[in-house]
Design a binder for this molecule. Structure first.
Ligand SMILES: [Fe+2]
Ligand SMILES: [Fe+2]
Length: 201
């Protein structure tokens, strides 16, 4: 195991969660759909909790949460850019368009968040001792929440776009209704959207 790169992954994971709090806070302010607003509020609360879980993990593996790395700065830059993009969209005074931008920004952020925790899961398979145990416990708490964060948001983004195009949309998205937790589940949910549409007609 390359310990230096493992630490880099943890610094980036902390920065991603910190950025996530800012991103969801801004996204909630862009939400028009009430169900989506509720969902983003819930994910905001979970992301705040993820920050705490990673901070506790840092204490247990003896890492300084304030250590800067070039990779971490890039993650912060992307997070700040996503917040800026949402504010830019919001300032144009088209709430539906700003909501779409926010949904896309959340998917971009959650793609990184999901990857981090998938990789932390890979590391825990090899890690041993006190550090391995700490990472495993953090992973068990966070990873189950990252699946819906990514897949449900992808579903929302697709359906909001379809709705904006003037075509029949499934809102809330099938991923939400079927409580999707895996990539395979997300693909299956997406396939059922046509059936859900004809059933509701
Ligand atoms: Fe997270
Ligand atoms: Fe997340």
């Amino acid at each position: 195991m390359n310990t230096e790169q493992r630490n880099e992954l943890l610094y980036q994971a902390l920065e991603t969660e910190l950025g996530g709090v800012q991103i969801y806070t801004t996204a909630v302010s862009c939400a028009v759909n009430e169900d989506l607003k509720k969902e983003w509020q819930e994910y905001l609360d979970q992301t705040k909790n993820h920050v705490q879980i990673v901070r506790t993990l840092f204490e247990r593996v003896d890492l300084d949460p304030d250590t800067e790395t070039p990779g971490r700065q890039v993650v912060r830059h992307i997070g700040e850019s996503l917040v800026k993009a949402m504010k830019m969209a919001k300032s144009t005074g088209q709430p539906e368009a700003a909501q779409l931008v926010a949904a896309e920004c959340v998917v971009l952020a959650e793609t990184k968040d999901h990857l981090n925790w998938e990789l932390i899961g890979q590391v825990t398979k090899k890690a041993t001792g006190k550090e391995g145990k700490a990472m495993k416990e953090a992973h068990e708490q966070v990873h189950p929440e990252e699946d819906p964060h990514l897949y449900h948001n992808m579903g929302w983004t697709r359906e909001l776009w379809i709705d904006s195009l003037g075509m029949p949309a499934v809102l809330p998205p099938p991923e939400e209704e079927k409580d999707v937790k895996t990539a395979i589940g997300a693909a299956r949910a997406k396939q059922t959207r046509e059936d859900m549409l004809s059933a509701s007609r």
